[in-house]
Design a protein around this ligand. Structure first.
Ligand code: ADP
Ligand code: MG
Length: 411
């Protein structure tokens, strides 16, 4: 018998209460009645502060010992998903279904040993397939795997999305459904832009860009994995029957083929807070080229990832995450530079495959921000994205102004 496998991933808010878990069970029941063998991936219950949220576990041990080794931390961080998986499996059993709960390792997810942010290197799907063939619903704990020598690892931020995508590919699923607390991928975060629109279909590339720029509705790594095998991804709400967003390589009205750029010029506006801008003047430096080299080498050696880089003869500008800014500044000062620092900035991005080379896009962006009283601290652009750095206090205003300008006033 050929199994029609559907991966269904449920985020932390979707499994937080008995009522919500009943909704989850309903989505699983619907999949079964449509003839699918569901593989259910769950995240830890709730968000920061909730009793079984991953952050809560972390704080518990941080209060005792601030630097527990990463291997031990990963074992702890994997517990939230085990708890929610058990709760979900119980919910299904109690409704009369047969469910099997598997940890990431038991489900055959093998990762490298980069604890805290491990990469999946391969998936051995046999165990899942055996349980599916026996008519079970397989519940897999998201966000985790094991190394070749059986050490539990976690997959970093958005890790359950990655689990779902990797299982979808390994099991050759018909689709990967990402259930969350919004009705799909929208033109901006609906928490910031009230009239953000749902995107019915987007290409893998479009959503990848948006996700990389901070739209946390799906993790970009998950999109990249699903894209490798062209498995359709759907982002839907656990709490409604809306069709959600379909992510594929083609626009349905354009026929099959390559990753066709859609008609729309702008896909959406994304934002990413908590960055610090660092400016290192090289005006009085005798050998500017050596200075450029030394600055970036020092950041690399300290494992500090830099973004928004602009190298000019008189200064070097870049951003780092707020929490690492102190360390970056210390390093620069130790090298006898006097960095100027603007803390609490945010990166706001206009993403759209259609913006390349279109006259007036930058003018419209600058106009929208200026008219709203937002100062642009820095900007950069690529083929599909324009980024601006703004003070974090201006972030919401900036996102709203750009959304108004690009989603309502320009075509
Ligand atoms: P889950 O716990 O289900 O994984 P997340 O919190 O990771 O949920 O992602 C869903 C959230 O992503 C939404 O509540 C929404 O606030 C946010 N979000 C940010 N950008 C977007 C966007 N462009 N479209 C939809 N949601 C977005
Ligand atoms: Mg998420």
């Amino acid at each position: 018998m050929v199994l029609r496998i559907l991966v269904q991933k449920f985020g932390g808010t979707s499994v937080a209460t008995p009522e919500r878990r009943a909704q989850v069970a309903k989505k699983i029941a619907e999949a079964i009645s449509e003839g699918f063998a569901p593989v259910v991936v769950v995240s830890a219950i709730g968000r920061t502060g909730d009793p079984y949220a991953t952050d809560t576990f972390l704080n518990m041990v941080k209060n005792i010992c601030p630097d527990l080794p990463k291997r031990e931390l990963d074992l702890l961080m994997s517990c939230g998903e085990v708890i929610s998986g058990a709760v979900m499996a119980s919910t299904l059993e109690c409704l009369g279904y047969k469910a099997t709960l598997l940890t990431g390792g038991q489900a055959g997810i093998i990762t490298n040993d980069n604890f805290g942010d491990a990469r999946i290197v391969r998936v051995e799907p046999k165990t899942i397939l055996d349980h599916l063939a026996a008519g079970k619903i397989v519940v897999v704990t998201g966000f985790q795997g094991v190394t070749e020598d059986n050490q539990v690892t976690t997959l970093g931020r958005g890790g359950s999305d990655t689990t779902a995508a990797a299982l979808g590919v390994a099991l050759d699923a018909e689709a990967i459904d990402i259930y969350t607390d919004v009705e799909g991928i929208m033109t901006a975060d609906p928490r910031i832009v009230e009239d953000a629109q749902i995107l019915d279909t987007v290409t893998y590339n479009e959503i990848c860009q948006l996700a990389h720029q901070g739209a946390k509705v799906i993790h970009p790594r998950a999109v990249e994995i699903a894209m490798q095998r062209n498995i359709p991804l759907r982002i839907k709400s656990t709490f409604s029957d809306a069709p959600g967003t379909l992510v594929t390589s083609v626009q349905p009205d354009r026929g099959a083929g390559t990753d066709i750029v859609s008609d729309r010029m702008i896909t959406g506006i994304a934002h990413s807070p908590n960055v610090t801008q660092i400016r290192v003047s090289t005006v009085d430096v005798p050998d500017v080229r050596q200075a450029h080299k030394k600055i970036f080498k020092a950041m690399a050696l300290a494992d500090i990832s830099v973004d928004f880089i602009s190298v000019q003869p008189e200064a070097v500008l870049y951003t780092v995450r707020d929490e690492i800014a102190g360390k970056a500044v210390q390093i620069l000062q130790n090298m006898n530079f006097s960095p100027e620092v603007v803390r609490n900035c945010a990166k706001v991005s206009v993403v759209g495959a259609g913006i390349a080379g279109v006259p007036g896009v930058m003018a419209a962006l600058v106009e929208a921000l200026t008219d709203s009283g937002v100062s642009i601290l820095q900007s950069a652009d690529s083929h599909t994205t324009i980024w601006v750095l703004v003070h974090q206090d201006d972030m919401v205003t900036a996102v709203q102004a750009l959304h108004r300008k690009f989603m309502h006033q320009m075509p």
